[in-house]
Design a binder for this molecule. Sequence first.
Ligand code: ZN
Length: 605
Amino acid sequence: MGGDLTDSKVTENGSPAPVESVPVKGISSDSGQTYSILREGEADILLHGNDVFYNKAQVVNRDISIAVIRAFVSKREQEHQAEVAKKLSRRKGASKTFGAPDSTVENSVSVEAQGDEANDVTESAEVKTITNASEEFVTENTPAKPIRVLEALAASGLRALRYAKEIEGLGSIVATDNDKVAVEACERNIKLNGPVVAAKVEAKHADARVYMLTHEKEFDVVDLDPYGSPSVFLDSAVQTIADGGLLLCTATDMAVLCGNNGEVCYSKYGSYPLRGKYCHEMALRILLACIESHANRYKRYIVPIVSLSIDFYVRVFVRVYTSANTIKATPSKLTHIYQCVGCDSYYFQPVGRITNKTNKNNSARYMPAIGPTILPECSQCKKHFSMGGPMWAAPIHDADWISTILNMATSMKAKYPAFDKLHSILTAVSEEILDVPLYVNLHNMSATLKCTPPSAAIFRSAVANAGYRISGSHANPLGLKTDAPMEVLWDIMRCWVKEHPVKAQATATPGSVILSKEPELQANFTKVNAALSKAQAKGVARFLPNPEEYWGPKPRAGRHITNKHMAALGPHVHQTQSGNVHIRQDQVPEEETKAKKQKRDEGST
Ligand SMILES: [Zn+2]
């Protein structure tokens, strides 16, 4: 991947260029290696010819992260202005009540105090003290506190450098890495980007978990972008983030999250994945439920902003708040899922519920959910079910945020090297139905019936004509999200097959059992424009192919090392005939052993 980059020419006009690199004479490593400079967005980094630290496939990831943080900076400023206005009016005696930490917080249900009464009282007292103390100094011109960013697994620092150079309104950025070589590379790259960046970005050699645990509620933006699973970092990440702060979290262990080894997923994330066609969205929901679970331990909860499944990884953006009351609603935001082993029909089994009835205090009550929600035998094909979860069942995106992010990004599209892909992904996200988890796959349903699939437009129209909502999914071009029950969807398919007959099957299959039943609903396939994607109708791309071959995750740093790196790594590193790296443990310097140990502890897959 690096080889073709060094051939490209760099423009020297300083404009934000797309990804490119140019060989640099005279800059050499300790072992005499020549570097090239790679520019992505406005940041430069030093790069070996085939550097494991640079992953071009992640340009989209970094672009979207920048777009979301820009929106966060703007949102924080608005919230600060609102808070100042509130404090000023309170000082004038207009109000004596204390509101929720944020007006956008969902599920702000008033609840019975009961067991948490003591905690809540303590919390309110703390809030009051802080508020009173700060009110003395607040004026209309009081600026918001500078935003502190933690890039917890920074590697070469490219992400932190892009944040520092491209996002206005950030105070300081700490870039930690447990690998000394990476920290040294990061320090070189900080210098390379000039004194303004050097004053803002600090590289630290630290175990991210320890660093986050010892810096409680200090960071407004925390970015976790590990190789593989983030699971071991979550417990400390939810503690280091300030109230209302933004957590950005990537998971690249998609095989695990998508159900290849369900028990491994359970051990890492506390949830059983199912191998459904909706698995990429389920992966997002498992990760969100896991973050929520860690947050709840510290009386905190998450509010998802945007949750993305892109290529070979998932990345979620959530805000983290503290409220002993709100976390009581967590079980009602989670669900198990039953999936039929015959026809892939799926049904939800919520974990908890909030009763509509109020008690004498006029507050909601939290109860276990009612179940089972289905019979043991599939009503469509008579097979049994697998049960997965629990997973996040509440919305995974916030519509207002998505539209803000899209508008802001569009207004400065030249600043994003991967703008087209960013725009297509967020456009697809913006069209998703928010209150319906997961999606069906039309080709999969047709394969069960062994029929020719109807076009998405025809199927979507039939669902809309039956009185239900339907949308696409950013996670799968063939995915369809709908609030129509499974029996309605199968009835539409039964009607489709009546118009497009299939061959009779010799033995009873899930498909033949489904088709043996007469549809109760008479599907209307008349095309309805309202059922279709607005972006598609306007010719706006929702799915773009990847721009080059070999698009995918780079090997974990240190796993595949070229001859050039062998020399730099020292005499204790040897390459085996199969191309793997052999490290003689008796000769490994102490720091390196520690780094290896941490990577093993992280639970590589
Ligand atoms: Zn079934």
